[in-house]
Design a binder for this molecule. Structure first.
Ligand code: SF4
Length: 681
């Protein structure tokens, strides 16, 4: 039996898998020893992928309402509704909501159709919920959304700082790499997190900040480094621009005990080889972009970037969040890291031969669903994601979708909470059936390869988009016969990025043969340190950014607790896949609300009893876990459960739709809440 090299379906670590098909829908999974992201290792989710490839719950044929139909009827209807909507209400009455589960080729054609041919930039993605703040921080500091380091830098770091990341649970293979650096090199680990997570438990130093306490901490740290003479003035002069008054605005109150701050500052001062990983705890905030820039400011000021074992490193949640942003999956970008300047628009329109290139940025996720609710968007196509569960204020999103005249959902699962609200459901290939590429957190492009033939009449997402494009009269621009053809066009288009001073460059792949594409081995575009020679800004310098210690968020109601949300080790997003695995479901059988014991006593909660968590948006019920891992006054709940999993623990109902003003990323980590016991009759 032949082993097929592919890439894991879950997180942004992007581990390589060696899969051996052992039966009709059976596969044996092992880590790919040659993949640079994981070197043969896999976490529990990757290991048990084989338990999730059955056809239980699959959408196998298109459906119009509750009626199964043929592809032609479904595609004709999608195209007709789309065309009628544009004719009657204009291109901006149409939206696409995509997903980091899509492959780069899927993303590319959907973005091309919407932005180039329909003429709407209302193309956003669930990656908006995951790392949009890091993207905005990269663009502000570097001029382009470029991650300046790779996982290899962890191997040579002496100090690893984790900000808002329960890495041991959420990026387990990165965690093993950190553990290895600690064992082999004696690297020190600092974890900055309001919660004493499983990761924080194992750190050399846990810096337990208040929610949204990141910017004051990093500003105070940079101020201390400046006053102690650790700032690399030569690097700053040569490679960075510093805004006026930058040093004066750095506060001196880190928001943590002075003793902890001194210990942290001493570790930073004495360990030049330093990598700072940041993730959702930093990004999912009303001040998420500022947090990213506070971290980048520190690395730039100390000259700890673009060298081995150094750099600020945003790690993404989803398997292809990075690929999506490369091909323009965010509404505020075109493809290939290009923006909406006249020159960039002109070049993109010419490259695509686009008849209706959109004129400027579109709506970001929260605003996009608001526009649906207000009737400004009348046609939405949702691909491979479940916003009725995962969006903040999920009840609002549901209502908006109920009101929308046309909701198209293409997905693997027949009955997600979102698919059940669709007028038209289109069956899409899932992991193990799809073929294409993904880009992980360190810019490594890997192939996902098909292990099984398509079940039923299921089609690839990119094919479905092309089929609709042909019905709209755009057939020649969407006449792709394979994912290799799509990838070649995208790779050729990255030449435009270079012409506009960007670093993204895949032009070596523009003429690859079907065989070369099929045989593609993982590679990191830009190499180890793509910003080493120049920053892609007008003057070639990185930018320090003055950042505010107070997130610019609207006031929330005066409720006594702060609600934080996050992930469990063995579940993924809204559990549409991981709930299929008995082994993965055993780790956490139900959703817990974690509460400090003192708060438990205050609010009359019992260990393992039930509690109702309420916010201004809604309420949900969880089993209580009293734990000193929570700070007093703060509670934590998981994001995964939904109606599909027959649970009342629907966290999306609780979260306020407050967003970061720069990135549009919602703030999932700091919601005003209350809690009360539930006594079953
Ligand atoms: Fe998959 Fe992420 Fe686990 Fe790697 S770390 S096996 S990519 S879930």
């Amino acid at each position: 039996m032949k082993s097929i090299r592919t890439t894991c379906a879950y997180c942004g670590v992007g581990c390589g898998i060696a899969a051996t098909v052992t039966g009709e829908r059976a596969v044996s999974i092992a880590g790919d020893p040659d993949h640079p992201a994981n070197e043969g290792q896999l976490c529990s989710k990757g290991t048990y992928l084989g338990e999730t490839v059955g056809l239980e719950g699959r959408l196998l044929d298109p459906m119009i309402g509750e009626r199964e139909t043929e592809w032609n009827e479904a595609l004709d209807l999608v195209a007709k509704r789309l065309k009628d909507t544009v004719e009657q209400h204009g291109p901006d009455s149409v939206a696409f909501y995509l997903s980091g589960q899509l492959l780069t080729e899927d993303y590319y054609v959907a973005n091309k159709l919407a932005k180039g041919f329909i003429g709407t930039a209302n193309v956003d993605t669930n990656s908006r919920l995951c790392m949009a703040s890091a993207v905005a921080a990269h663009v502000r500091a570097f001029g382009e959304d470029v991650v300046p380091c790779t996982y290899d830098d962890l191997d040579s770091a002496d100090l690893i700082i984790l900000v808002g990341s329960n890495t041991a649970w959420c990026h387990p293979i990165v965690w093993r790499r950190i553990e290895r650096a600690r064992e082999r090199r004696g690297a020190k680990l600092v974890v900055i997190d309001p919660r004493r997570t499983e990761t924080a438990e194992l750190a050399d130093l846990h810096v337990q900040i208040a929610p949204d306490g990141d910017v004051p901490l990093f500003n105070a740290l940079l101020r201390t480094m400046k006053h102690s003479g650790y700032v690399d003035e030569k690097y700053l002069r040569a490679r960075c621009s510093v805004p006026e008054g930058f040093w004066d605005q750095l506060e001196d109150q880190p928001g943590i005990p002075q003793e902890t701050f001194r210990e942290f500052a001493a570790m930073v001062a004495t360990n030049p080889r330093m990598v700072t990983l940041f993730s959702q705890g930093a990004n999912q905030s009303a001040g998420g972009t500022d947090k990213g820039n506070a971290i980048i400011n520190l690395h730039l000021s100390l000259g700890r970037i673009n060298r081995e074992g150094m750099g600020p490193f945003s790690i993404t949640g989803q398997p292809n969040a990075m690929g999506g942003r490369e091909v323009g999956g965010l509404s505020n970008m075109l493809a290939c890291h290009l923006g909406f300047s006249e020159a960039e628009r002109t070049d993109v329109a010419r490259f695509w031969q686009a008849p209706a290139l959109c004129s400027g940025p579109g709506l970001k996720a929260v605003d996009l669903f608001r526009a649906i609710d207000e009737g400004r968007i009348k046609f939405v196509w949702i691909m491979a994601t479940n916003p009725a569960v995962s969006m903040p204020d999920a009840a609002f999103v549901r209502e908006a979708l109920r009101k929308c005249p046309t909701v198209v959902v293409s997905d693997v699962i027949a009955d997600t909470d979102t698919a059940l609200l669709a007028d038209i459901r289109l069956p899409a290939l899932g992991w193990g059936e799809k073929d294409g590429t993904v880009t992980n957190s360190e810019r490594c492009i890997s192939r996902q390869r098909a292990l099984f033939p398509p079940p039923g009449s299921v089609r690839a997402d990119w094919q479905i988009v092309c089929d609709v494009a042909a019905r709209l009269g755009f057939g020649s621009a969407f006449a792709f016969q394979s994912t290799a053809e799509v990838f070649r066009e995208y790779a050729a288009m990255t030449a435009l990025a270079g012409e506009h001073g960007k670093l993204l460059d895949l032009t070596d792949w523009a003429d690859c043969s079907e065989f070369e594409y099929a045989a593609m081995r993982p590679f990191r575009w830009g190499g180890a340190h793509p910003l080493k020679r120049r920053y892609p800004t007008p003057y070639g310098k990185a930018r320090l950014v003055s950042v505010s210690s107070t997130p610019p968020a609207p006031a929330q109601p005066a409720l006594p607790l702060r609600l934080n949300t996050g992930r469990y080790r063995d579940h993924w997003h809204t559990m549409t896949r991981t709930a299929l695995s008995a082994k993965l479901s055993m780790h956490r059988r139900e959703a817990l609300v974690e509460v400090h014991p003192e708060d438990g006593a205050t609010y009359g909660l019992e260990q393992s009893g039930l509690a109702r968590v309420a916010t201004a948006r809604g309420e949900a019920i969880y089993r209580v876990s009293l734990t000193e891992a929570q700070r007093q006054g703060e509670i934590f709940v998981p994001m995964h459960w939904s109606d599909l999993t027959a649970s009342s623990a629907r966290t999306g109902l609780l979260v306020e739709p407050i967003v970061d003003p720069h990135s549009g990323q919602p703030a999932f980590k700091n919601v005003a809440a209350s809690i009360a016991p539930v006594h079953p009759d």
